[in-house]
Design a protein around this ligand. Structure first.
Ligand SMILES: Nc1nc2c(ncn2[C@@H]2O[C@H](COP(=O)(O)OP(=O)(O)OP(=O)(O)O)[C@@H](O)[C@H]2O)c(=O)[nH]1
Length: 635
C-alpha cells in the first residue's frame, strides 16, 4: 500500500506554521501600539488569543471537511471500480485466471475458465497453470496450422488451440499474473479450411500449383545444404482423355483421385507430389544420392499407375510419361528446372510413353551449340562463304583426270578456310542437310556452266547426304544437274555410314539415279561387309576406299591385306575402285603395282578453285616412279 503523505498536507502545515510564527512575532507589537493602557492591552490580547483559536479552528474544519469528502469519494469510486472489474473478470467470455508469479499456482479463476477447462472454476484453484499446456495433437501437424500454436488440455483430455495473454499485477501486495486464455479452435479450423482451399487441389487433396514454388525452393535449399540431389519430375498421364471420353468426366475424376493416392503411396517421407491441373503432376524427390535412386522410385510410380483402375463397374488403364531434371546437375533456377523436366517429359512421350526421360544439361548444351553451328552454316551459304573446290580423280593407267570431285570449303571470316570435314559432320542428320545438298548441286551446276563456256566439260562427282526424307526434292536437283551433262558424267557419292542407317534409302536413291543416267559411288569405305556386298552385287557404280584408314601408314613398304583384298575383289568383280585421301607419294607405286584403277588425294593434287579446273583437265599426270626408286611421284 502507498503510505506517502500527499503534497497538499505539507503545504497546509507549512502555511499554518508560517502564519502562526508571524502572528506571535507581530501581534504583541500591534497590541502595544494600539492599546492606550495595560488594561486595554490585556483585553485586546485576550480577544487576539480567542480570535486566533477560532480562525485556526475554522481553517482546520475547512481542511478536514475537504479531505474527508475526498476520502469518501475515493472509497466509493474504488469500490465501484472493484465491483466492475470483478464483474468483468467473473462474467467475461474469455477464461481468466490469476496465477502466482513463480510456481504458476492458480489463485483465482473465472466462470469461463471453469467452463473451458472443466469441471468448474473452484476445481482450478490451487492447480498449476503450466499443467494445462500439452504438445500439438498429431492432426495438429497439418501444415495449415501456424507454427507456434499453443495447445491446452481440458479435464477430459481433449486438446484445443489457445491464445494466451498475461499481465503482471499485485494481489494483496504479492506479484501475480492475470492470464487471459482464448480457445481459438473455431478460428483455426476456419483458417485451415481456407488454407486448404487456397493450397490444396480440390479434386485429389494434393498440394496445388501455389504450393509448388515454396516446396521447390525449400527442397533446393536442402539439396544445397546437404550436397544431395533433388529430382524435379514432371508427370503426365498417357491416354487419360480416352478415359474421359469412354466413361465420362466423373469417372475421369475418380481415376485422377486414385492415381494421386498411388503416386503418394510410392513416395518417401519428405518427397512431394503436386497436382498442377488436368492430368499433370510434379514430384519433388529429395535426398537422392544418385540418378539410379530417382529412377527406382519413378519406376515404382510407373508400375503403380499402370495397374488397372476400377471405375464404377468398369476397368480403365492408363500409363504415365515422366520427365526428370536433376538439381544441381541441370538448370539451376526453379523455373528452369521445371521447364527442363517438362521438356524431358515430352521426350518420354515422343519415345513411346510409359517411360522416364532424364533431361541432360550436357547433351542439351551440345545440341544448342550444334543448332548455332547449323544457323551459321545457313548464313554462310547465303553470304557466299561456302564454295566448291575440285579435286581430280586420276587414272593410274593413263595419268589423265577421270573426273573432278566437288568438295565444300567454308571461307570462315574468323577461322579462315575450313575443309568440309570440320563442319559437315555437324550438318549430317540436321535440318540443314537438304539445304547443303541443294547448295552443292546448284554451285556445281553453275561452275559446270562456266567451264562449258570455256570449252571443257569434266565428269563430276558430288557428295550428298541424301537423307531419306529429302529424296524427292533432291532427285529433282540431281536431274537438273545431270541434264546439263553427258550420260554417266555425273556421279553422286554417298557416305557408307549414311547408307548403313537406311538400306531402303540407298535402294530408292540408286534406282532414281540410275533412271537419270547418274552413277552412284559408295564413299568412305573403311572395311566390312558393306563394301564387299556392294562390290559383289554391283549395286554401286564405284567404290571409294581410304587406304590410310585401312592401315596404310607413312613409309609402308607393302599394302595392308585389307587394301589388297578390296583391290582384288574389285578386279575380280569388275568394279571401278578409287583409292582416296592419299597423302604420301610413296603409296602410289604400291597401289599401282596392285592394280588400283584410280587415285585421289594430296599426293596427286590438292583441291583447286573452280577457275583452275580447266587447266587441271589438260594436265597429263605422268607417273615417273615405277622402277625408279626414290624419285617416285606424279609430275
Ligand atoms: N475428368 C477430368 N478431366 C480433366 C480434368 N482436367 C483436365 N481434364 C481432361 O484431361 C485431358 C488431358 O488431355 P491430354 O493430356 O492431352 O490427354 P491424354 O490422352 O493423356 O494425352 P497424352 O498426354 O498425349 O497421352 C483433357 O481431355 C482434359 O479435358 C479434370 O479435372 N477431370
Amino acid at each position: 500500500m502507498n503510505a506517502r503523505v500527499p503534497g497538499f498536507v505539507w503545504r497546509i502545515v507549512a502555511g499554518y506554521a508560517l502564519v502562526a510564527v508571524l502572528w506571535i512575532l507581530v501581534s504583541d507589537e500591534i497590541v502595544a501600539w494600539v492599546a492606550a493602557d495595560l488594561a486595554e492591552a490585556t483585553w485586546i490580547s485576550g480577544v487576539k488569543g480567542v480570535g486566533f483559536v477560532l480562525v485556526t479552528a475554522g481553517l482546520l474544519y475547512g481542511v478536514l471537511r475537504r479531505f474527508w469528502r475526498k476520502v469518501m469519494l475515493h472509497g466509493t469510486r474504488g469500490r465501484e471500480a472493484t465491483a466492475r472489474y470483478r464483474a468483468l473478470f467473473e462474467h467475461g467470455n474469455d477464461a481468466m485466471l490469476v496465477i502466482a508469479e513463480g510456481d504458476e499456482r492458480i489463485l483465482e479463476a473465472n466462470r469461463a475458465a471453469g467452463l473451458l477447462y472443466g469441471p468448474g472454476k473452484q476445481a482450478l484453484v490451487g492447480r498449476r497453470f503450466s499443467d494445462f499446456q500439452v504438445a500439438a495433437p498429431p492432426e495438429g501437424g497439418d501444415e495449415a496450422v501456424p507454427a507456434g500454436t499453443i495447445w491446452h488440455r481440458k479435464a477430459g483430455g481433449l486438446r484445443f488451440p489457445v491464445e494466451v495473454a498475461t499481465t503482471a499485477l499485485t494481489w494483496d501486495g504479492e506479484p501475480v499474473r492475470l492470464v487471459i486464455v482464448r480457445d481459438v479452435s473455431g478460428a483455426l479450423a476456419q483458417k485451415v479450411t481456407l488454407d486448404r482451399l487456397a493450397h490444396r487441389d480440390a479434386l485429389t487433396g494434393l498440394p496445388n500449383r501455389q504450393v509448388l514454388a515454396d516446396h521447390q525452393r525449400l527442397a533446393m535449399a536442402h539439396a544445397q545444404r546437404t550436397g544431395s540431389l533433388l529430382g524435379v519430375c514432371f508427370l503426365d498421364l498417357d491416354g487419360f482423355k480416352a478415359v474421359n471420353d469412354s466413361f465420362g468426366h466423373e469417372a475421369g475424376d475418380e481415376l485422377l483421385r486414385q492415381i494421386a493416392r498411388r503416386i503418394k503411396a510410392q513416395l518417401r517421407a519428405g518427397d512431394t507430389v503436386v497436382r498442377l491441373g488436368g492430368d499433370e503432376f510434379v514430384l519433388l524427390l529429395v535426398d537422392l544420392d544418385a540418378l539410379a535412386e530417382c529412377e527406382g522410385i519413378l519406376m515404382r510410380v510407373l508400375t503403380a499407375i499402370a495397374q488397372p483402375v476400377a471405375l464404377d463397374g468398369h476397368q480403365a488403364r492408363v500409363t504415365a510419361s515422366i520427365g526428370v531434371a536433376v538439381y544441381p546437375n541441370d538448370g539451376l533456377g526453379a523455373d528452369r528446372l521445371l521447364r527442363d523436366a517438362d521438356e524431358a517429359m515430352y521426350r518420354a512421350k515422343a519415345a513411346g510413353k510409359n517411360r522416364i526421360a532424364f533431361f541432360n544439361a550436357i547433351l542439351e548444351r551440345r545440341a544448342k551449340v550444334r543448332e548455332e553451328l547449323l544457323d551459321r552454316v545457313t548464313r554462310a551459304m547465303n553470304e557466299a562463304q561456302l564454295t566448291l573446290h575440285y579435286q581430280p580423280i586420276v587414272s593410274m593407267g593413263s595419268g589423265r583426270v577421270l573426273a573432278v570431285e566437288a568438295l565444300l570449303r567454308w571461307a570462315h571470316p574468323v577461322l579462315g578456310v575450313l575443309p568440309a570435314s570440320e563442319f559437315l559432320p555437324f550438318v549430317n542428320d540436321g535440318r540443314v542437310a537438304l539445304d547443303v545438298d541443294l547448295f552443292v548441286l546448284a554451285c556445281a551446276r553453275a561452275d559446270m556452266a562456266q567451264w562449258r563456256t570455256g570449252g571443257c566439260e569434266p565428269a563430276l562427282h558430288v557428295n550428298l547426304f541424301a537423307h531419306a526424307s529429302h529424296l524427292p526434292r533432291l532427285v529433282d536437283a540431281i536431274a537438273a544437274l545431270a541434264g546439263d551433262l553427258p550420260a554417266q558424267a555425273l556421279t553422286v557419292e554417298v557416305d557408307s555410314a549414311n547408307l548403313m542407317h537406311g538400306a531402303e534409302v540407298s535402294g530408292t536413291l540408286l534406282s532414281a539415279c540410275h533412271a537419270l543416267g547418274v552413277r552412284v559411288a559408295l564413299d568412305g569405305v573403311v572395311a566390312g561387309s558393306d563394301s564387299i556386298h556392294a562390290m559383289v552385287t554391283g549395286t554401286f557404280d564405284e567404290i571409294k576406299i581410304a587406304p590410310g584408314l585401312m592401315g596404310l601408314g607413312p613409309g609402308a613398304s607393302g599394302l595392308p591385306p585389307l587394301v589388297r583384298a578390296h583391290l582384288d575383289l574389285a578386279a575380280v568383280a569388275g568394279r571401278h575402285l578409287v583409292a582416296k585421301e592419299l597423302g604420301f607419294p610413296e603409296h602410289l607405286p604400291l597401289l599401282a603395282a596392285a592394280g588400283c584403277p584410280a587415285v585421289q588425294g594430296f599426293a596427286v593434287s590438292k583441291p583447286v578453285a573452280a577457275a583452275e579446273v580447266p587447266a587441271l583437265l589438260t594436265r597429263q599426270f605422268a607417273w615417273t616412279g615405277i622402277g625408279s626408286g626414290d624419285s617416285n611421284g606424279w609430275i
